[in-house]
Design a protein around this ligand. Structure first.
Ligand SMILES: Cc1cc2nc3c(=O)[nH]c(=O)nc-3n(C[C@H](O)[C@H](O)[C@H](O)COP(=O)(O)OP(=O)(O)OC[C@H]3O[C@@H](n4cnc5c(N)ncnc54)[C@H](O)[C@@H]3O)c2cc1C
Length: 487
């Protein structure tokens, strides 16, 4: 493989390429790659041609918000699509958006909220690109109500490593449509996406906060009340044990209908959605991660979690809803920029499991117990409700997900990976799943149990058809599906 020759050829053609170290969002993994930042399809096609000529692999990257190694391609080329980012059209009467793959959720809501539209599904951060969102088939806090982002994609254009472009929708190339969404960048590059946005009548949601004494109570609350809300998310304090195991706070929200917000015009201004630039009104946000750093240990995080729980319990607003801008509700994790850096040099991993509804109140508390047994407690836990979807390599199930953030240190790394493998067994025995967007630890045999040989073979057959020389690779794909790449 000769990346230098590719860099020289690209340079001669006026296409910039640079050797860079790329990290996963959680900063627990990194690798070196030749990074190219195309702004159009011709450049992508040219990179594919050169990769073929030199026998080099190509991976895609959006904003790099996947926690693990999904958007890294060590010792290969990485096509960073963030500069291929124009909105081609937006029809304000129908809410249909046509955009290039580097357009982010942030660009979409900034343009569309004042026109009365909101992205139908959003992640907990506003920075992901359309290409990244489709490749992982991202879910939001409304997953059980509206499905994943793929459910709202009208069509897309995909460029294969042979330079062909395929238009895919539910009729045309339907097999590719259902596999490339959630296909972790293995079938081709999304070069255009048609997405249906959601009509809104206010810039705000009506929100209620509810404290729950433990995880089982949270699960029961979700099940009983889910039909009354559009969004549900549970924050879990992972430190207490016994009857308080998995205590937490639920935030449940509803859209406001037409005429329900007398300040609708003002709340739908872009500026009304902006997150505050200072924390507690005084501290500049971009310094906060630095101040958090001394607290990022078991003692500090136990105290912070307890303080959050008790202040949330005091302020719970069941039956006294309050109003909150869409962006503030959806992108809580963006309040403190770079908060991941507070985790220190080895970063963090997120371990998110999706478990069928019948098994969740057994499996998820057991996972927490397992963490305590191994003395590695997640510093953040997030709970959500999901539903099935028609995408081939989907992560979602009709059930619940529990996302746990673990600090990685040089001394806990092996033990933490072992803990994840113990938890893999508990989850897969119950018919649960993991999620490529968050993953850093999955083993090939775990993937085989989750998706099954037949589904994986169907996906691989499509990959062989669209990418016969296995040009498209990432560190995650080589780790989880090594058989696809062994010659
Ligand atoms: C704080 C935080 C909160 C999050 N909350 C959620 C959440 O609530 N729900 C959820 O589902 N996820 C969530 N995520 C995960 C995130 O939404 C996904 O990882 C998403 O894929 C990131 O998009 P990206 O543009 O950064 O893509 P990257 O992470 O850069 O790449 C993701 C995948 O997409 C592929 N890819 C990128 N562009 C293209 C393209 N044009 N064509 C083909 N393949 C491409 C890459 O190869 C890679 O496999 C969260 C992440 C963070 C950091």
């Amino acid at each position: 493989m000769d990346l230098t020759e590719i860099a020289v050829e690209l340079d001669r053609e006026g296409i910039g390429a640079s050797a860079e170290t790329l990290y996963g969002w959680g900063r627990s993994t990194h690798s070196e790659a030749l990074v190219v930042r195309p702004t159009d399809k011709d450049t992508i096609r040219r990179v594919f041609e050169l990769a073929e000529k030199h026998g080099v692999t190509v991976g895609f990257r959006g904003s790099g918000c996947s926690y693990g190694d999904a958007s890294q391609n060590g010792d290969g080329v990485v096509l960073d699509l963030t500069n291929f980012a124009k909105v081609r059209s937006f029809d304000e009467s129908t809410g249909l958006l046509v955009a290039e793959p580097g357009v982010t959720l942030e660009m979409i809501w900034r343009q569309c909220v004042p026109l009365g539209w909101w992205p139908p599904v959003v992640s907990g951060t506003m920075y992901p690109t359309l290409g990244g969102l489709l490749s992982m088939n991202v879910h939001g806090k409304n997953n059980w109500q509206v499905g994943t982002i793929g459910n709202h994609v009208r069509s897309f254009e995909l460029m294969t490593p042979r330079g062909e472009t395929l238009r895919c929708d539910r009729e045309q190339n339907a097999d590719v449509f259902h596999a490339a969404i959630g296909g972790f960048g293995m079938l081709g590059c999304f070069t255009e996406v048609e997405l249906q946005l959601k009509k809104i009548w206010s810039g705000r949601l009506e929100v209620e906060a509810i404290a729950t004494a433990n995880l089982r109570e949270m699960i029961a609350w979700f099940e009983t009340n889910k039909d009354d809300f559009d969004y549900l998310v549970g924050w879990v304090d992972c430190f207490p044990r016994g009857t308080a195991l998995g205590r937490g706070l639920i935030h449940a929200a509803r859209y406001l209908g037409e005429g329900q917000d007398d300040q609708a015009k003002a709340t739908m201004r872009e500026s009304a959605q902006d997150l505050p630039s200072r924390i507690l009104g005084v501290m500049p946000k971009n310094k906060v991660w630095y101040l958090m750093r001394p607290m990022l240990n078991d003692y500090g995080m136990r105290a912070i979690n307890a303080a959050k729980f008790w202040s949330g319990k005091r302020g719970q607003t069941r039956n006294e809803p309050y109003k909150q801008p869409h962006a503030a509700f959806a992108f809580l994790l963006d309040y403190v920029p770079d908060w991941k850096k507070a985790y220190g040099p080895e970063g963090l991993i997120q371990y998110q499991t999706f478990v069928p509804k019948e098994a969740a109140s057994d499996v998820h508390p057991r996972l927490l117990e397992r963490c305590h047994k191994r003395h590695i407690v997640p510093y953040l836990g997030v709970y959500k409700r999901h539903r099935n979807d028609p995408f081939l390599m989907t992560h979602a199930v009709d059930g619940f997900s529990f996302a746990m953030d673990f600090r990685v240190t040089s001394s806990n790394r092996n033990e933490l990976w072992q803990l994840c493998r113990d938890m893999d067994e508990i989850v897969t025995e119950a018919g649960g799943r993991l999620y490529f967007a968050k993953d850093a630890t999955m083993l090939p045999r775990t993937a085989e149990t989750i998706w099954g040989k037949e589904t994986i073979e169907r996906f691989h057959a499509l990959k062989r058809r669209l990418d016969p020389n296995s040009r498209l690779q990432t560190n995650l794909a080589r780790r989880v599906f090594p058989g696809w790449f062994s010659s």
